[in-house]
Ligand binder design. Structure first.
Ligand code: TRP
Length: 344
């Protein structure tokens, strides 16, 4: 399905990723990139730092988050020699394109966008004016995201369900521009939802999320990871009592990381009353540490040598920019009457 396709993934540098993000989003995104490259396609992977400033106004926090995100993707196996790995704010053409897209973006699209609607709902609940605390960056977010996608003639945007609407908006804007000029100036993107990716539960059984405070940390030391794993909710049933593994949270989390064989071992042990909660927590701990060990080392290396990462990002930007420049030129030429040159 990725045969010679352009795949593009963006990630906002917000929040320090935890194990759930790593297993549920970061690793699958890297894997999709590898699949696209293996199928002769192109893979863009970028850090959406302009998207992040709508919510994060502290430059120190922002630059720290950006560092972490860049290093996590590299540690997780992203190959910047093969994937085009860049930072959104290093591509100035993004903003010229966005300005042109604005002229073709119905305001109603923005009113309907999830992120904005959620912010309004929250205000209403708190009995505040609808637009309280909402900046134009948040409001127009989907148009900037449309540019991220359209600038690179993207075929496929791998997304979580919450981002589907944004890709549809990008497609609609592109369609409106193409229709207006009766010329294929922009390539229409589609989204892809990876159904195999499991939602990793947190240590209290709800979805693992920083806002719930139920995370297993990612590239922390073994002690911190152990502490989180040993506080996973269990009950007081004795080891000998046979248990249904599907009702046991440690087992549920194990599912997202264990091999079939390992999973069977834990499942059988629980069903037969041969494994207690201490045992299975240790099994999970071993699996987590085994999974992240090498990546953690790489991560720590890149965090300590960020100048090397910076160089990779600069190289990525210089690989990405010519494509964005060509898109901008097609649009500008059309808009200002210099000619219609379709994207082949
Ligand atoms: N909105 C995305 C998120 O919150 C991040 C993002 C920005 C993005 N631009 C993008 C994702 C372009 C895919 C394509 O996760």
């Amino acid at each position: 399905m990725f045969d010679k396709k352009v795949i593009l993934t963006g990630v906002k540098p917000t929040g320090t990723p935890h194990l759930g993000n790593y297993l549920g989003a970061i690793k699958p995104a890297i894997k999709l990139g590898h699949e696209a490259l293996a199928a002769g396609g192109k893979h863009y992977m970028f850090i959406a730092d302009y998207h992040a400033i709508n919510a994060e106004k502290d430059p120190n926090i922002l630059s720290q988050k950006l560092k972490e995100i860049a290093c996590i993707y590299l540690a997780g196996g992203l190959d910047p020699k093969k994937s085009v790995f860049y930072r959104q704010s290093d591509i100035p053409e993004i903003h010229e394109i966005t300005t042109i897209l604005y002229a073709y973006t119905p305001k109603g699209f923005m009113n309907k966008a999830h992120a904005y609607k959620a912010a309004v709902d929250k205000n209403r609940e708190a009995q505040k004016p609808d637009d309280d605390g909402i900046n134009m960056g948040l409001y127009t977010y989907p148009t900037l995201m449309a540019t991220d996608i359209l600038a690179f003639n993207t075929d496929i945007v791998p997304v979580g369900k919450d981002q589907v609407q944004h890709v549809e908006i990008a497609r609609d804007i592109a369609g409106a521009i193409n229709a207006h000029y009766n010329c294929k100036l922009l390539h229409l993107p589609t989204y892809y939802i990876d159904e195999h990716v499991a939602v990793v539960p947190g240590i209290d059984g709800r979805k693992m999320s920083k806002s719930y405070g139920n995370v297993i940390p990612l590239f922390d030391d073994d002690k911190a990871i152990k502490k989180a794993i040993f506080s996973i909710k269990t009950d007081s049933r004795p080891m000998e009592e046979p248990k249904n593994p599907d009702e046991i949270l440690v087992y549920e989390i194990y599912k997202s990381i264990a091999t079939e064989e390992q999973l069977k071992e834990m499942g059988d042990g629980l069903r037969q009353g041969k494994l207690g909660y201490g045992n299975i927590k240790n099994m999970l701990l071993d699996a987590v540490i085994n999974e992240i060990k090498d990546a953690r080392e790489k991560y720590n290396y890149y965090m300590a040598h960020f100048d090397e990462v910076e160089e990779m990002l600069q190289e990525g930007a210089s690989k990405a920019r010519p494509t964005a420049q060509a898109t901008l030129k097609r649009l500008k030429d059309a808009v200002f009457g210099k000619g219609l040159n379709p994207f082949e």
